[in-house]
Design a protein around this ligand. Structure first.
Ligand code: LLP
Length: 387
């Protein structure tokens, strides 16, 4: 067997597991579609680099001309290193350190997405010390429901993110009064892995209300940034490889009332990179328990933490086996009971040495990996090199 599905099985057998495998054709198709739809709908895209910061992936995204959404100084450096122009970088996060703000000021980024009054005051002071003016967008907590896991919903009153709706007028007054910040936009983000277009429609309605509130004071901003959040189909990585950017953008365009000359920005992360990545792992042991059988892999929550952290589903395939399907609990080698990729997973008859693909792992996989148990950082391979 040379290939299985889209996997170069023969090439895999000479590589040490576990590793991330990126199908660059899937990434290219995703980026082609995203670029096309963004142009059609006049949307500026800042890829959320937290989803995947692998230099090869970021440099490919950069070649399409997209900007980057960063949440740390390290991410700003990675974006600049990949060749992303500073004026396409946005910088969000509730806890920006002084050195990170200074780095962004020196680089001359497009915009700081500001989450609180004390942050605004620090940015103003640091900009003053450099004799520059910092472009800022206020991140407003829209108090809009997102139908997703509670760990990754961000736009509700009880979340730590953004400025509360009732404080918007006062914070705008302060922004206008501070001499070294310039109010250029409004920023929102309601959560991640959102498949219900109504949630984005709800966000747009709230943005319209806020814009009307500003207009009553004769105020307007240059840009509206709706954040990220578009979800992917974890159950059908092949059939639904390319997210429905057309539906997402058309929902926004239909619902959002922009002022003349106002530009529209989004920050997709997961939808750009999730489907191009798989975690490839080897079966170390098949263990018969008293009530079930376990497939014990050489990858664990150190390589992909999403199942352990969010009870997230990832499709798992035994790409070495054409045998009859049996049920396995697929687990990792880490000394934690939560180190489990899936229970009662149907796999072809599984043996020691088989290769397993954990799909839709391109987003928040490699970037969230850790060295717990002093395990090495996972390697990555690309379809262009293994074909
Ligand atoms: N913009 C802001 C301000 C964000 O906080 C995020 C994600 C994004 C954009 C990108 O969202 P996306 O398009 O990827 O949904 N580790 C979790 C996801 C955390 C998302 C955090 N913020 C997971 O593995 O599901």
């Amino acid at each position: 067997m040379e290939t299985k599905g889209n996997f170069p099985l023969k090439a895999f057998t000479s590589l040490e597991t576990p590793f991330y495998y990126y199908d660059l054709d899937v990434l290219r198709q995703t980026l082609d579609t995203l670029k096309n739809e963004a142009q059609k709908n006049r949307v500026n895209v800042h890829y959320a680099i937290k989803a995947n910061a692998n230099p090869r992936i970021v440099s490919m995204i950069q070649m399409y001309g997209f900007g980057i959404d960063c949440v740390s100084g390290g991410e700003i450096r990675a974006a600049l290193k990949a060749g992303v122009p500073a004026d396409k970088i946005v910088f969000a996060g509730v806890g920006k350190s002084d050195w990170e703000i200074n780095l962004a000021l020196e680089a001359g980024i497009f915009c700081f997405n500001v989450e609180s009054v004390p942050e605004l005051e620090v940015i103003d002071a640091l900009a003053a010390a450099k004799g520059v003016t910092a472009p800022v967008a206020l991140r407003i907590n829209p108090d809009v429901q997102a139908d997703t896991h509670h760990y990754i919903t961000t736009g509700l009153k009880e979340n730590k993110f953004g400025i509360n709706l009732c404080d918007v007028d006062a914070v705008i007054d302060l922004t206008l009064a501070l001499p070294h910040v310039k109010l250029v936009g409004l920023h929102f983000h309601i959560g991640s892995q959102i498949l219900e277009m109504n949630n984005f429609a709800g966000l747009c309605s709230r943005v319209n209300e806020i814009q009307a509130q500003l207009a009553r004071r004769n105020l307007s901003v240059e840009h509206i940034n709706l954040g990220g959040g578009l979800g992917v189909d974890y159950h059908h990585p092949d059939e639904a490889a390319i997210p429905d950017f057309a539906e997402y953008f058309s929902t926004i365009r239909r619902m959002l009332r922009l002022r003349p000359d106002q530009s529209l920005h989004v920050e997709p992360g997961r939808s750009v990179v999730a489907q191009c990545g798989s975690l490839i792992s080897k079966v170390l042991y098949v263990k018969q328990g008293s009530v079930k059988q376990f497939a014990i892999l050489d990858a664990g929550m150190t390589e992909l933490i999403r199942p352990a952290l969010y009870q997230a589903y990832h499709k798992i395939e035994n790409i070495s086996s054409d045998g009859e399907v049996e049920k396995y609990d697929v687990v990792g080698p880490i000394c934690e009971s939560s180190d489990c990729f899936g229970k009662e997973v149907p796999l072809g008859k599984t043996r020691r040495g088989d290769l397993v693909a954990i799909r839709t792992a391109g987003a928040y996989g490699e970037t969230m990996s850790s060295n717990y148990n002093l395990r090495p950082t996972p390697k990555s391979y690309f379809s262009d090199d293994l074909a």
